[in-house]
Design a binder for this molecule. Structure first.
Ligand code: HEC
Ligand code: HEC
Length: 347
């Protein structure tokens, strides 16, 4: 029902009258949408006070010794290094999570924070529970909400054990001293308060996250495992699923392709539609996620290169599970091409 509510703003994006410059109209619309969010945020203020959203330190400690080795595996599945390590970092450098990458979006530029265990510029002072709440609840230790540029909507599907192991693993990584500046976002998106409203719309605190795609076939163990990786830690939908104007995922077009967040090119449809992954077998998909090579012999480019760098560290079984799941989801045709857009990613 939450998703129905977001359809309305879309209809309001009617084609502009000729006399109004497009850029100004766009800015105005964005500002209006943002102000709406702010109002929602204010309404949500009281709600924030009693939401059962966070894990307490005692609750986490009661689980016993975390499995750091599993944490390293979850780290690879979840691709934390893609954003939190230096841009284009390779191998060992991918474990230095000093942040500083800039993510350009229609709302402005995000500066990815330092999540290395450095005490002064990183998150060395955070407890395991603080990290778990950030990753799976989108909530900072002081209770403020995170921007969804940090893909916690997907990570909220992590099993608690995996999230705790991941947090314990982060604490074993090298401390990097690097002070990262503030985000450079346009008004009103620079006001964190608005995120209370955003989370009210798109983030379900109260119960298990909603089911995404009903599978047309009976789920085998492999498909179920693939579903966990793709919908949760792998956060594939964050790039491959289109968004509503306020940034929430359009689940009716789950994994059916989307404009690239950076604004140039498209992220491909990876459903089993004939014009998407239809011609690929589950093994082809697994092979691509390991080698970066498509069945036609093309090699992976753009943001997906980082994803392959992470997924090639998984077990073969897990990559095959991803392939099995992607072959099992509903086939959705890619949107018609506008003109002949440049290949997504590029370099
Ligand atoms: C797509 C890029 C991206 C990925 C992938 C990503 N993050 Fe982040 N992360 C961000 C951004 C952007 C922020 C800042 C959010 C904000 O300011 O509200 C952030 C914030 C954080 C914070 C809060 C840090 C602070 O000082 O407030 C933690 C902790 C964190 N991320 C951990 C992780 C972990 C663990 C993973 C992997 C499971 C991960 N992130 C994956 C982009 C990313
Ligand atoms: C950071 C954004 C991002 C994330 C996250 C992401 N992808 Fe991709 N993906 C892309 C882009 C961009 C391409 C196009 C790559 C190219 O042009 O070479 C792509 C291509 C692909 C392809 C090849 C499709 C084709 O027709 O060539 C597959 C398969 C794929 N992704 C699967 C996945 C899976 C599975 C996940 C999650 C584990 C995932 N992707 C997560 C951005 C992403």
């Amino acid at each position: 029902m939450r998703h129905n509510r977001v359809r309305k703003p879309i209809r309001r994006l009617a084609p502009p009258r000729k006399s109004v410059p497009m850029a100004r109209l766009k800015t105005l619309l964005l500002a209006l949408l943002g102000l709406g969010l702010l109002a929602l945020g204010a309404a949500a203020g009281f709600w924030f006070a009693f939401v059962p959203r966070s894990y307490g330190p005692a609750e986490i400690a009661a689980r016993g010794q975390p499995d750091v080795k599993n944490g390293a595996y979850v780290f690879a599945m979840a691709g934390c290094a893609s954003c939190h390590a230096a841009k284009d970092a390779k191998q060992g450098e991918r474990l230095k999570l000093g942040g500083g990458q800039e993510l350009a979006t229609p709302f402005g530029t995000f500066r990815v924070p330092n999540i290395s265990p450095d005490f002064d510029t990183g998150i060395g002072r955070w407890q395991i529970a603080d990290i778990v709440n950030a990753v799976t609840r989108g909530t900072a230790p002081d209770g403020s909400p995170f921007y969804p540029a940090f893909p916690y909507v997907s990570y909220s599907r992590l099993k608690l054990a995996d999230a705790v192991d991941l947090a314990a693993y982060l604490k074993t990584l090298p401390a990097v001293s690097n002070r990262v500046g503030a985000h450079a976002l346009a008004f009103p998106f620079n006001l964190r308060l608005g995120l209370f409203g955003w989370k009210l719309l798109y983030f379900n605190h109260f119960s298990a996250p909603p089911q995404i795609a009903a599978l047309p076939v009976a789920a085998t163990d492999a498909i179920a495992r693939g579903r966990y990786i793709v919908e949760g830690p792998g956060h594939c939908g964050e790039c491959h699923t289109p968004r509503w104007p306020l940034g929430g995922p359009n689940l009716a077009r789950w994994l059916a392709g989307a404009p690239a967040l950076e604004g140039k090119g498209r992220v491909p449809d990876i459903t089993p539609h004939a014009r998407a992954l239809g011609p690929w077998s589950a093994d082809d998909i697994a092979y691509y996620l390991d080698s970066g090579l498509t069945p036609d012999g093309d090699s992976v480019g753009g943001a997906m290169g980082e994803v392959v760098a992470n997924l090639s560290q998984l077990t073969k079984d897990d990559r095959q599970a991803i392939g099995a799941y992607l072959k099992a989801i509903p086939a959705i045709p890619p949107p018609p091409k506008p003109a002949d857009p440049p290949a997504p990613g590029g370099s």
